[in-house]
Design a protein around this ligand. Structure first.
Ligand code: SAM
Ligand code: SF4
Length: 526
């Protein structure tokens, strides 16, 4: 997705999920009185193991344990009464959903959410490590929050999410950002009450980053962002080890939730009136491959979703390698399984795909697309693409361009390759100048924009079904929502349509969105 598309897509007003907590004056004192060497020695030797790709590859299935017994310790249950929290989320849907879980835990501890940093008693930065610029943004924010922390020593400032799983990041915070009270990893979210307690009453910076990632904690509370659409985790981690990617290290090994837990969660969401769910995993097509006691795949799960009375079911992200015929067959049943598939290709060159360890070639990807289009003729395909992978030649980049045209992607998240410490690709010498990479990204975005605009044009004068999410941020008289194929639609209509699926006649197509008029009589009664 390019900047313009990102801007358009963020135009729907949503409620924020803030965070908060309390601490004592001794926060600053304890920070001042401990040297960073002491902190590093204490926390790294006892609880922190840096991401290690060799170890990660050896992890075993049998280490997965399920827990159904999460509860807030009695002494922390009301600790947040009268206080506020704010969580700032960076990165992917997985992080957004983790934020909902942390918001749920803090709410159960008595905290209320706020969107105002000045009001917050706890501020958590839920971070993303996927590219360097994501990390730079977080360090910028940590710096911006320093005056607030100095002014309000009781404020608890925490850093969590994927960046916390990186040794270099934890080191940098411990050495240079003493105003951060709390650092915890992606496998430590359920420990939040204990960590907050330590940050409040302890004398040192609190660091808890587990590299053990075998557990699935089932009954964590969630404060969902809205009542219309919901994220549902179906699995955690990733075992694909694409050579450019930090995720297998920051999120741990692939481990699937039990189908009965997922089905129960989705049924519950349906009964609460949610209109759309998105099943989440780094590679949802690998769902169930780690079950040792049964054969149950992602196709089987989607078949079970098809039977649940909820209007829309989406999923992300889908790795082409595990996209099997059974899944295609199930998706072709339609109904609440939408005909939009996000299928990251990353590159159109088989040589680059090999270097990326994607485990499919250009031809295999195109064959998968052919099968999908044959089974679901009206399907919309979108993708992720990285340009400027180390030593990518002009010809290899051109192969990406021709693949984008051949498949006819209607949108793409496009990125310049960003070296990530600890990944195999980051060790490669790279002879492609930054300027060339930028040019390639520009050319690719021009092509994707052209294809998007063309697909949008085809909707003019047609009626589409829109799940109305709220008012447009630009104009409160305009409502906004998404079609089944995930196209953003802006239209004038009554506020009572929010939360419902309505029919809208498209009057004007733009590059990344549609304008329309509501077809009055067809508001569904949900
Ligand atoms: N699991 C998903 C898959 O395999 O398609 C992707 C998850 S990742 C959070 C989202 C996207 O970030 C990837 O599809 C890839 O295009 C991009 N990405 C990951 N690592 C990157 C890197 N080092 N530099 C640039 N883009 C990267
Ligand atoms: Fe990263 Fe996705 Fe590859 Fe996993 S499959 S390593 S998350 S790009």
């Amino acid at each position: 997705m390019n900047e313009q598309q990102r801007k358009e897509q963020s135009q729907i007003k949503q409620t924020d999920h803030p965070t908060d907590g309390k601490s004592g004056k001794d926060n600053i004192e304890r920070i001042k009185s401990t040297t960073s060497d002491e902190m590093i020695a204490k926390y790294f030797q006892t609880s922190y193991q840096p991401p290690d790709i060799k170890k990660a590859r050896k992890r075993r299935k049998e280490d997965v344990q399920f827990h159904y017994d999460f509860s807030i310790p009695e002494d922390m249950a009301n600790i947040g009464k009268g206080k506020k929290f704010l969580i700032r989320t960076y990165g992917c849907q997985m992080n957004e959903h983790d934020t909902e879980v942390m918001a749920g835990i803090l709410t159960e501890m008595g905290y209320e959410s706020t969107a105002d940093t000045n009001e917050a008693d706890i501020i958590l930065l839920n971070t993303c490590a996927i590219r360097e610029n994501a990390e730079n943004k977080v360090f910028g924010e940590i710096g911006h929050l320093k005056p607030l922390k100095l002014e309000k020593p009781d404020l608890i400032l925490g850093v969590c999410g994927c960046m916390s799983q990186e040794e270099s990041v934890v080191n940098r915070i411990l050495e240079k950002h003493h105003h951060v009270d709390l650092i915890f990893g992606t496998h430590n979210i359920h420990r939040l009450p204990h960590l907050v307690k330590e940050a409040m009453f302890g004398k040192a910076q609190v660091v808890e980053v587990w590299s053990k990632e075998g557990d699935i904690i089932e009954n964590l509370p969630k404060a969902r962002n809205g009542k219309i659409k919901a994220w549902v985790n179906i699995m955690y981690g990733c075992d694909k080890f694409c050579t450019y990617c930090i995720v297998p290290m920051t999120r741990g090994k692939e481990r699937s939730r039990r189908p009965e837990d997922i089905i129960q969660e989705v049924r519950h969401l349906a009964s609460q009136g949610y209109q759309e769910i998105t099943l989440l995993g780094q590679n949802v097509n690998a769902y169930g491959k780690d079950f040792e006691d049964m054969e149950y795949t992602f196709g089987d799960l989607m078949d079970d979703m098809h039977k649940i009375d909820i209007p829309r079911v989406r999923f992300t992200t889908s790795h082409p390698r595990d996209f099997d015929d059974h899944l295609i067959e199930v998706l072709a049943k339609g109904g609440n399984l939408l005909d939009h598939i996000h299928l990251p290709v990353q590159s159109g060159s088989s040589e680059i795909l090999k270097k990326m360890n994607r485990k499919y070639s250009r031809e295999e990807y195109l064959e998968l697309v052919r099968k999908i289009k044959e089974a679901i003729p009206n399907v919309t395909l979108t993708t992720d693409i990285i340009v400027g992978f180390p030593n990518e030649t002009e010809e290899q980049f051109e192969e990406t361009m021709t693949l984008v045209e051949e498949v006819g992607f209607e949108a793409a998240y496009t990125f310049i390759y960003s070296p990530r410490e600890g990944t195999p690709a980051a060790r490669k010498k790279d002879d492609v100048p930054e300027e060339v990479k930028k040019q390639r990204l520009y050319r690719l975005n021009e092509l994707v924009n052209k294809q998007s605009a063309k697909s949008m044009k085809s909707y003019e004068n047609k009626v589409v079904k829109v799940l109305v999410e709220g008012e447009s941020k630009k104009d409160p008289n305009v409502l906004a929502g998404y079609t089944e194929k995930n196209k953003l639609v802006n239209f004038k209509g009554p506020k009572s349509a929010i939360g419902h699926i309505v029919e809208v006649k498209v009057t004007e197509a733009k590059t990344w969105s549609l304008n329309g008029e509501m077809v009055e009589k067809t508001v569904e009664v949900n």
